[in-house]
Ligand binder design. Structure first.
Ligand code: SAM
Length: 215
């Protein structure tokens, strides 16, 4: 992915009440950060981009706490600027790396993980960087609660086939799966389109999705 560097992004994120720049310091402190009720579910989107999907979810479900994690400040900037205006109490953004999520969250503290249009990393030697890889599924197993779920969608059929093949070696099983989300009335109910989803479905690409639960 080509990335335009936006010099002010780091400063805007560092100054925002709603963004976390040093997520290691937040481990075990998320309930305190969100406030009452302390037992509200926490849903995490990994690779949130400009945060459009998680902003919509946060508006629709004020009873759920949401965290959007994004590696690059210049990408995350737009979402943080919008949240600086909306000030949704149940939403925080993290500028951080998914490889370190077990440093950011206590075991069992996340109730749902969303992976939306994750980078495909097409070279075989980079397979372990793919967010639905077995290496990442093991990290998700650590931070997810006993009833925790993972929802993954993409228009990239090769990445989706890889993701499906990674499941049997993990702590999870497939509860629901579709190769054409927008034509599936059950799985598409309440679907919120991400930025990439809108772009690629407008080109005629079908959207694949699975939902994983623990075995
Ligand atoms: N989820 C958004 C959507 O569907 O519109 C953005 C999709 S974009 C293709 C993938 C995003 O994941 C990029 O913004 C990228 O920087 C982010 N990303 C990739 N690897 C990551 C990692 N290890 N940790 C955090 N974010 C990551």
């Amino acid at each position: 992915m080509r990335l335009k560097n936006i010099p002010r992004a780091r400063d805007v994120i560092a100054a925002s009440r709603w963004a976390v720049d040093e997520p290691e310091k937040m481990k075990g402190r998320w309930a305190e950060e969100f406030g009452e009720p302390a037992d509200a579910p926490v849903h995490l989107e990994i690779g949130t981009g400009k945060g459009r999907f998680i902003l919509e979810l946060s508006k629709e479900h004020p009873d759920i706490n949401y965290i959007g994690l994004e590696k690059y400040s210049s990408v995350l900037l737009r979402g943080v600027e919008i949240q600086d205006e909306l000030m949704l109490k149940n939403l925080r953004f993290i500028r951080g790396d998914a490889e370190l999520i077990t440093e950011y969250f206590l075991p069992g503290s996340i109730d749902r993980i969303y992976l939306n249009f994750s980078d495909p990393w097409p070279k075989e030697r980079h397979a372990k960087r793919r967010l639905p890889s077995r290496q990442f599924l093991a990290r998700y197993d650590t931070i997810l609660s006993p009833g925790g779920t993972i929802e993954f969608k993409t228009d990239n059929r090769d990445l989706f086939d890889f993701a499906v093949e990674e499941v049997p070696g993990s702590a999870f099983e497939i509860a629901q799966l579709t190769y054409d989300l927008h034509a599936d009335p059950v799985m598409n109910e309440g679907n919120i389109m991400t930025e990439y989803e809108e772009k690629f479905s407008a080109l005629g690409n079908k959207i694949c999705k699975y939902i994983l639960v623990r075995r």
